[in-house]
Every structure is written in structure tokens, then in C-alpha cells.
Design a protein around this ligand. Structure first.
Ligand code: ZN
Length: 208
């Protein structure tokens, strides 16, 4: 069984979205220091690395991550590659046949930004027209390959509002460098964090 791990490693080299808690692994107990075991504390944002956004992220009365339907996060998934260097628009998506797909991962040049530890502001987001196109074509899960589906500091956060407002699940922070466009089986399992606006996830693709 060929599995492709499209989650990014959680370590000190992981870029952090501005204003979010950077990832760190804090030693609490260490055998080398005379303790009977090694125990660490994780420090991170709910939107660290590869993660899923819950509707709560942009809607106070929206469900948190514990309510994300796992049956939507597991199953046939299409990976496409978009060449845009600015934003994924309806025009960029117009040639993609989405009639058989409810899960779509969008590979862009973003995937190559993971090798840079500093957050890169010029990543490719999804534009409002792109988000509307996805919703109109029945996409229920959309994944992107950097830390936000939104273009950086886009006023009004239209991509999040359109997608989360329509009940579309957003996976952010995928590493699609080693993934060719095509159809896969996806396994995306966000942590069951109650009431959270986001939750880190392990995401794996299997050749179908
Ligand atoms: Zn997020």
C-alpha cells in the first residue's frame, strides 16, 4: 500500500502564521535529568501546520472541530495543480471537472515554501470567485498547501466566509510537493478538540 504523508512535520522549523503561537516541544520531565520518564508539553496554535478549520473559526455560533464529520474527511479526493502565483480564481478552476468529486486538494507553488522556516506572505490563496466556484460545484472539502486558504490579509476574509459559511470543510497546511495531480483516497483525522476553531490533523493520501 503506497501512502503519501501530506502533513508537515511539527518542529521548530515550521513557519507560523503571524500572531499565532509558534510550535514548540517543551521538556517537562527528562530521564537525562534524573526523571523516571520523558514528558513534554506541546505549545501550538489550533491552526499549526497541517490542520482543519471548523466553522467556529469565522462564525461564533458555528460548530467546533469536534463536530467535523469524519466521513467527509475520508474518501476519494482529487488533487489538482494550479499555476497561479497570486490567487486561485474561478477562472483557474473552470477547466477542472468536479462532477465526480466532493474533495479537492489544490497544489500550488506554495508547497515549495515549506522549506523556508519564515512565514511567506506571498503564498497563493483562494480568491472569493474561486471559493464561490468550489461551493457552486459541490465541493465539500477543500485543501490548500500553505497556512491559510485566504490570500494574505485579504479584507473581509471572503474565502473563509464563503467556504465555512457553506459548510465546506477547509484543510490548510498540506505539503503536496510529492503528490502528482490525480485521484487518491484521503485520510484526514483532526484531533477531537472540543469547541475549537481549528485542530491539527494527520493527512495521508493513498493511491487509489
Ligand atoms: Zn486555519
Amino acid at each position: 500500500m503506497k501512502l503519501i504523508d501530506v502533513s508537515v512535520p511539527l518542529d521548530a522549523r515550521l513557519p507560523t502564521y503571524p500572531g499565532n503561537t509558534p510550535f514548540s516541544l517543551e521538556p517537562v520531565k527528562r530521564i537525562a535529568g534524573g526523571d523516571s520518564s520523558n514528558v513534554s508539553t506541546l505549545h501550538m496554535s489550533a491552526h499549526t501546520g497541517t490542520h482543519v478549520d471548523a466553522p467556529r473559526h469565522f462564525f461564533d455560533d458555528g460548530p467546533g472541530t469536534e463536530a467535523l464529520p469524519l466521513d467527509m474527511l475520508i474518501g476519494r479526493t482529487r488533487v489538482i495543480e494550479v499555476a497561479s502565483r497570486t490567487g486561485v480564481s474561478a477562472e483557474d478552476l473552470s477547466g477542472v471537472d468536479l462532477s465526480a468529486d466532493v474533495r479537492l486538494l489544490i497544489k500550488t507553488r506554495n508547497s515549495f515554501l515549506w522549506s523556508v522556516p519564515d512565514f511567506q506572505r506571498d503564498y497563493v490563496g483562494v480568491t472569493e470567485s474561486g471559493a464561490n466556484h468550489l461551493v457552486a460545484h459541490g465541493v465539500k472539502v477543500v485543501g490548500v498547501d500553505y497556512l491559510s486558504v485566504e490570500q494574505f490579509k485579504k479584507a473581509g476574509a471572503p474565502a473563509h466566509h464563503v467556504l465555512l459559511g457553506a459548510g465546506t470543510i477547509v484543510i490548510e497546511g498540506l505539503d503536496l510537493r510529492d503528490v502528482d495531480p490525480g485521484v487518491y483516497d484521503m485520510y484526514c483525522l483532526p484531533l477531537r478538540v472540543v469547541g475549537s476553531d481549528g485542530a491539527p490533523a494527520r493527512v495521508v493520501l493513498r493511491m487509489s
